[in-house]
Design a protein around this ligand. Structure first.
Ligand SMILES: NC(=O)c1ccc[n+]([C@@H]2O[C@H](COP(=O)([O-])OP(=O)(O)OC[C@H]3O[C@@H](n4cnc5c(N)ncnc54)[C@H](O)[C@@H]3O)[C@@H](O)[C@H]2O)c1
Length: 340
């Protein structure tokens, strides 16, 4: 049986394709390339030994998805495809509901028609909004504050209701919603890496400043109620995150419904990230102090004990310098991402 990886030409999806291929699986990557990179698929093809197919399609394109599911005998879908900029979702909410919610519905309908039995969904800590307390466990109320977070929570609800109907009808279906915190770092082998266009994620942005690709870096808010006044986030290495997906996939039994927060359980401040990039790169660069951004909570970090307890997963990359080293190494080889 094969595994379909949607968003397979994107950052996390391409790392998932790589680990699945390395584990001996056959993979069908689907991506509409709105944000993904055809070159990532080409790089992955070099290790695939004929076990990787690529379908350029929107996940909401039911005929194309159904044909791919049938042709390759897919029994499991890992659904990473989405638009993922919180700020952009505020200015273009309809685009986000179309890309993230409507297209996911089309994908799930196609899975229903063909009889896919396992579905693993990329959810996000943005479904929690501004939490009443940290660290955040899976019982934190889900109250998203952006269209992006809502667009993802809708998909969790669609899966919950569909799974319930499958249970009642005696149909073999299981799913998991994995709520990621800040995903960071790149494949240590350098075959695939992080290349968001535009780049808004903190570690690559700071690395670009260290490399002189950007003139400076701006910290948004230095007066938060945190030890150094800057926001705290939980950075989980992309390879650890993908390993959690594979552990979840292997554990899913018919009728299962699983939710896990994926972070390392330890928050790092913006200033700590900047210091890590300075240590790893040996470079100094200009840092500006700007105003807070609306809707940025002071601290977000996970309580990952549920997945540790139930599946024995824990992050191997727990030192921020090691995470930054893998990102730095990718950007050294690819200063302009996949473009060169
Ligand atoms: N990067 C993070 O820190 C983070 C944190 C939380 C959740 N997530 C989630 O993880 C997933 C992957 O994120 P990423 O950082 O790899 O983003 P990415 O932009 O690098 O990858 C997403 C891929 O999906 C493709 N895509 C988008 N909409 C599509 C559609 N409707 N049909 C087909 N392809 C489509 C894009 O072309 C892109 O290649 C997303 O669902 C995102 O919401 C990411």
């Amino acid at each position: 049986m094969a595994i379909m990886v949607t968003g397979g030409a994107g950052y996390i999806g391409s790392h998932a394709v790589k680990q699945l291929l390395e584990a001996g699986h056959t993979v069908v990557a689907v991506d509409n390339l709105v944000r993904g990179h055809r070159q990532a698929i080409d790089h992955l093809g070099t290790i695939a030994e004929g076990r990787l197919s690529f379908v350029e399609a929107d996940t909401g394109d039911r005929p194309a998805i159904e044909a791919a599911l049938r042709e390759h005998g897919v029994d499991t879908v890992m659904h990473f495809a989405a638009l993922a900029y919180v700020g952009e979702s505020v200015t273009e909410p309809l685009r986000y509901y179309r890309a993230n919610t409507a297209s996911a519905l089309g994908l799930i309908e196609a899975c229903d028609t063909v009889g896919v039995t396992r579905f693993i969904f990329s959810s996000t800590c943005a479904t929690y909004g501004e939490p009443p307390r940290v660290p955040m466990d899976e019982h934190t109320p889900q109250s998203p504050v952006s269209p992006y977070g809502v667009s993802k929570l809708h998909v969790e609800h669609i899966l919950r209701d569909y799974a319930e109907a499958c249970r009642r009808n005696g149909r073999d279906f299981a799913y998991a919603a994995l709520r990621y915190f800040n995903v960071a770092g790149s494949d240590p082998d350098g075959l695939v890496g992080e290349d968001h266009q535009p780049e808004t994620h903190l570690i690559p942005v700071v690395i670009q400043a260290a490399m002189g690709v950007r003139d400076s870096i701006t910290i948004f808010g230095t007066d938060y109620d945190t030890p150094d006044g800057t926001c705290i986030r939980d950075y989980v290495h992309v390879c650890d995150l993908v390993a959690a997906h594979i552990a979840v996939m292997d554990a899913l039994k018919p009728g299962d419904e699983r939710f896990y927060n994926l972070g390392i359980g330890n928050g790092m401040s913006v200033r700590e990230i900047i210091d890590a990039v300075k240590r790893v790169s040996g470079k100094d660069f200009t840092i500006n102090e700007g105003e807070r951004r609306a809707g940025d909570p002071s601290a977000l970090f996970a309580d990952p004990s549920k997945i540790e307890r139930e599946l024995g997963w824990s992050a191997e990359y727990t030192d921020i310098d090691h995470i930054v080293e893998t990102a730095w190494s990718w950007f050294q080889k690819h200063p302009n991402g996949y473009a060169g």
